[in-house]
Ligand binder design. Sequence first.
Ligand code: ZN
Length: 431
Amino acid sequence: MKKNIALLAALAMLLALLAGCAPSEPASTELGSSEHVVILVLDALSSAYLSELGSNSNLAKIAKDGAARLDAQCVYPSHTLTNHATIMTGVSAGAHGIVGNVRLQEGSLTTTIKSKEPEMLQSATIFEIAKAQGLKTAVVSGKKNLVTLFSKDCDVGVSNVHPLDYLGETPNLDNAEDNQDYFEMNLELADWVFESLYTVLEKEQPNITLVNVQSADYVGHRFGPNSDELKTAVERIDKALGKLYNKMKKSGMLENTTLIIVADHGMTESDQAINLNVLTMMNFPEAGAAIDGRTGYIWLNGTDKQAVIDFFSNVEGVAEIIERGSARAEELKVDAEGGPDLILNTEAGYVFLPPPMIDEYHGQHGSNDASDMTIPMIFVGAGIPAGAGIEMTDLRSLAPLVCQLLGISGGAFEISVPTLLPQQDLSDFKK
Ligand SMILES: [Zn+2]
């Protein structure tokens, strides 16, 4: 009888293990140190995509090997250049000055320029802090604007447009002939970023490397967040990530390197356009407007503020208007020197775009809706305990984390290093 009970107990334990519900030991919550940190930004890889990848994905396995929070937040406005600037400075848009991807050219009411020039950054980056302490820095990116924005204090800057001679060839997306071609070139370029990253880490041994994998963003914009193309792009990223991770593990690189995996924002399906530029020009000729996905920016130039607010409050698809100097602007930390007087957010489904262009885009981001703001945050490798969770935080916490791991100091960060938790919640991979 005793034998049978022991057998049953063993069987029950085996079943529990197989079902994956064996109680796990609490993980350590101590952060250690590291010599090299790689910040791998999977552009626009929304937390909503994790359930498509599932618990057997490479990303899920890497999360188990390290610390994870699957519903972390980016900062507002939820755009690429804004959030990369936040990752690199540890401060919000209002403080670093990159409010969205675009701004009006000085002296113009209609010409917009990309916010990609290094002198536009109003806060010190972790590159500057690292360089001052004798460390080496690198950017490896599928988007050339990021190489430009962080070119100050960057030792090695790599994109498909600025490749290093020892890296392989890769397509230039500007040469895509049609949508199918653009899609395939994006997959190829993302693979190239992962392969180039490993080569750069091996050859250059930078202490801080910022990486951008562009494909989920570009494919999400063109085909939409719910498209088959997006699903394929995300699966392909997961495959390349798994390959990189295994190489880093096998070579021993992961023993002195920390890999930080995050997204810069999410993505929302859209199919209706609001013609912000034309509406502004026709109704408020003194004001200037710039469009940026689900956010629009207005500089009043003496135009009556209330009249502009009253007008756009009644435009279909406008969800919110944030006034410079208001409590809401302070809460979102979005008031920057030279920044817009008003920031408009669209309702889900709408974007600021000339209507004839709407068929070219099926996904956009930029608002403070959860679909645009919620992102995965995963740390693995040197200095990171396996199986840990991360207390709710946003991308501002990465700069202090990088500094702590590398043992360097400086920077005026807005929030502190992420707090690790003894348990992790990976259920977003299953939903
Ligand atoms: Zn982005």
